[in-house]
Design a protein around this ligand. Structure first.
Ligand SMILES: Cc1cc2nc3c(=O)[nH]c(=O)nc-3n(C[C@H](O)[C@H](O)[C@H](O)COP(=O)(O)OP(=O)(O)OC[C@H]3O[C@@H](n4cnc5c(N)ncnc54)[C@H](O)[C@@H]3O)c2cc1C
Length: 319
């Protein structure tokens, strides 16, 4: 082995740098395991695309998502964790040490923690990206509170959209569910619950054409949404204060397909109550294993579990 190759062997490699990955790194670093974190295409994870985070414990006044992630990263680095700003494009978990490939190099690791998260499905509009965190959101639990007494739209026709809409009626004065088709994909029980809610109305056969808003003194906020009718193609602007995307999430697990056990929607399976995957020495934490809670604090909590599981597993290997 050359020196260069030697440098690329790690005791613990963490794939993903959201709350789960960075918390795992913090714990493993404090256990003197010098973990490396492959930060991937979104260093800091999903919270870097939001603004105010008010439900992460420890910040009485709330904190900006990107700032929070920077703090956790610095906290992990302080104890010796190292960030590698690359994406893992291929893994070989068939033998130990495990192999992880990036676009331009290869790393090996005795244990691996997967915290590649999930991505909220977006519409793919420039204006949606522009107002993300300034009226546009992909998480009602996270941002519903900001819309007290206001009017919001929820996009989608499945259970996620119905659930988000129902939750939002706790705050908003009016919630409009917008669906591109006539029929809803949601289960009858979820659809009925939404239909019975006096604050919820429905707009069918409509798609979002554009999110509109204002920008004053460097501050932006959305003021409405232009919807296009899928039948007659007409455009109508609706004055709403918020737009919630309720079109689901996609776990970032493509590179683990046919390698790790997943459920039918691609979420990694772990042994209940632990972070053990079906391959010994490979652990998983955060949104990549969780389609129920999907919060920064639950991701961080399971990142801590993965770090402890990996530490104890490594220790057991040495004896
Ligand atoms: C707009 C928005 C607002 C939110 N607001 C809140 C809030 O207020 N409060 C709250 O608790 N939660 C909030 N959430 C949810 C919260 O962000 C997530 O639950 C949390 O970030 C999940 O953390 P995670 O570590 O599992 O993964 P993620 O944050 O999804 O991070 C995944 C990481 O994996 C990396 N990655 C993926 N694939 C690879 C690869 N192949 N190689 C290397 N790296 C890879 C990415 O680069 C990223 O760093 C919000 C989410 C969104 C989208």
């Amino acid at each position: 082995m050359t020196n260069n190759q030697e440098k690329k062997h790690h005791k613990i490699a963490i794939i993903g740098s959201g709350p789960a990955g960075l918390t795992a790194a913090l714990y493993n670093a404090r256990a003197n395991l010098n973990p490396v974190i492959f930060e991937g295409m979104q260093p800091g994870g999903q919270l870097t695309i939001t603004t105010e985070v008010e439900n992460y414990p420890g910040f009485e006044e709330g904190i900006q998502g990107p700032v929070l992630m920077d703090i956790i990263r610095k906290q992990a680095h302080r104890f010796g964790a190292e960030s590698i700003y690359k994406e893992i494009i291929e893994v070989d978990f068939s033998k130990r040490p495990f192999t992880l490939k990036t676009y331009d190099d290869v790393h090996t690791a005795e244990a691996v923690i997967i915290s590649t998260g999930a991505s909220a499905r977006l519409l793919g509009l420039e204006s949606e990206k522009f107002y993300m965190g300034y009226g546009v959101s992909a998480c009602a639990t996270c941002d519903g509170f900001f819309f007290k007494g206001l009017t919001v739209m929820v996009i989608g026709g499945g259970d996620t959209a119905m659930e988000e809409a129902n939750y939002l009626t706790r705050f908003a004065k009016e919630v409009i569910i917008v669906h591109r088709r006539e029929e809803f994909r949601a289960s009858k029980i979820m659809y009925d619950r939404a239909k019975k809610n006096p604050k919820i109305t429905f707009l069918k056969n409509k798609i979002v054409n554009k999110v509109v808003g204002i920008e004053e003194n460097g501050r932006k906020s959305m003021t409405g949404v232009i919807l296009q009718d899928t039948k007659d193609k007409s455009l109508t602007e609706y004055k709403v204060d918020g737009l919630f995307l309720g079109i689901g999430h996609k776990p970032n697990t493509e590179i683990f397909k046919d390698i790790l056990d997943m459920d039918e929607t691609g979420y990694l399976k772990v042994k209940p109550g632990t972070t053990f995957t079906n391959i010994e020495g490979v652990f998983a934490a955060g949104d990549v294993t969780d389609k129920t809670y999907r919060q920064a604090i639950t991701a961080a909590g399971s990142g801590c579990m993965a770090a402890i599981d990996a530490e104890r597993w490594l220790e057991a290997q040495e004896h």
